[in-house]
Design a protein around this ligand. Structure first.
Ligand code: SAM
Length: 309
């Protein structure tokens, strides 16, 4: 049984991902964010001759996928760890495809004890439960300036300084120990307008900091840039503008044919310096039907790049 009906996570842009890899025949395929195996299960079913390496830094996700993908056990390897580390150990010589569906899974968000959601009694947000620093450590130990910086940069919050000040003042009296407590603190500074909770951006900022999410994406892009896997298709799904910007800029750089300095009048570099082609000039987004069925897909953006043979 490869499809578990009650899978805790619906894979986003599944048809579009499958379409990106339709030319896959054999060789190695890396799913850098295996999660609950939704994408991997479909890829393994559709491509009978590929060998899949599934990476996740969350042990719960790996354990779930081991069961879900049991029928493919002869052509799948599981690796636990951040992809920035695991990818360094993988032989890229036969790599034909790589998928990364960044961010957190629905299960991580929904399980209150993981402390990702506003109504949790915990304040954790670590994707890897064994990593050193949690959201609770950050809100209780970062300086006013450090907090302001991450709220501004990773949360793009206008009231960053005000919220950071509130946190620092509050924790003098009492340690902040739950997501609920933190979300309520934000409500004292920013009033709720509409459906979106004002703490949404703060939680995004903390999640990015706890899990070093942007550093991870940059590391993945650096590894691909260095190794340039011949003919491989790379499909990356992001969930907010900070992530998408990193992918977009890197794909643009890789697709550049001419690398002459701007002041040169005529091209002298040969005009053949691109590492491959951007398959998606604009990101692919979810259809209305998909968003209705799975609201999490609302902010998903898929970009695809194909390295030269
Ligand atoms: C959105 S879910 C992936 C869902 C998956 N595509 C599916 O269909 O079930 C993202 C997963 O990637 C993992 N993850 C996020 N960043 C990671 C990183 N830097 N290294 C390894 N795993 C990571 C998370 O733990 C989570 O399980």
């Amino acid at each position: 049984m490869s499809d578990i009906k009650d899978s805790p996570h619906i894979p986003v842009l599944l048809n579009e991902v499958l379409d990106s890899f339709k030319e896959l025949k054999d060789g190695v395929f890396v799913d850098a964010t295996l999660g609950y195996g939704g994408h991997s299960s479909a890829i393994l079913k559709e491509h009978k001759d590929i060998h899949l390496i599934g990476i996740d830094r969350d042990s719960e996700a790996i354990e779930f996928s081991k069961k879900r993908l049991k029928e493919f056990k002869d052509r799948i390897e599981f690796k636990k760890g951040p992809f920035s580390e695991v990818l360094k150990e993988i032989d890229f010589s036969n790599l034909k495809g790589l998928l990364a569906d960044f961010g957190v899974s629905s299960l991580q968000l929904d399980k209150l004890e993981r402390g990702f959601s506003f109504n949790s009694d915990k304040l954790d947000m670590r994707m890897d439960q064994s990593s050193a620093i949690s959201a609770k450590d950050i809100v209780n130990s970062y300086s006013l300036d450090e907090l302001t910086k991450i709220l501004r940069e990773y949360g793009e919050i206008r009231e960053a300084k005000k919220i950071a000040k509130k946190i620092v003042e509050y924790r003098v009296k009492k340690e902040i120990s739950s997501s609920k407590e933190l979300a309520n603190l934000v409500l004292e500074v920013v009033k709720k307008k509409g459906k979106i909770h004002p703490a949404t951006q703060l939680f995004q900022a903390l999640r990015i900091e706890v899990n070093r999410e942007l550093d991870e994406i940059n590391a993945l892009l650096d590894i691909l840039e260095e190794r340039r896997p011949k003919g491989a298709t790379i499909a990356l799904i992001t969930f907010h503008s900070l992530e998408d910007r990193l992918v977009k800029q890197r794909f643009r750089k890789w697709a550049k044919r001419c690398i002459c300095p701007a002041e040169v009048m005529r091209c002298e570099c040969g005009g053949d310096n691109n590492l491959g082609v951007e398959v998606t000039k604009k990101p692919i987004v979810a259809s209305k039907e998909e968003i209705e069925k799975n609201p999490r897909s609302r902010s998903a953006k898929l970009r695809v790049f194909k390295f030269k043979e």
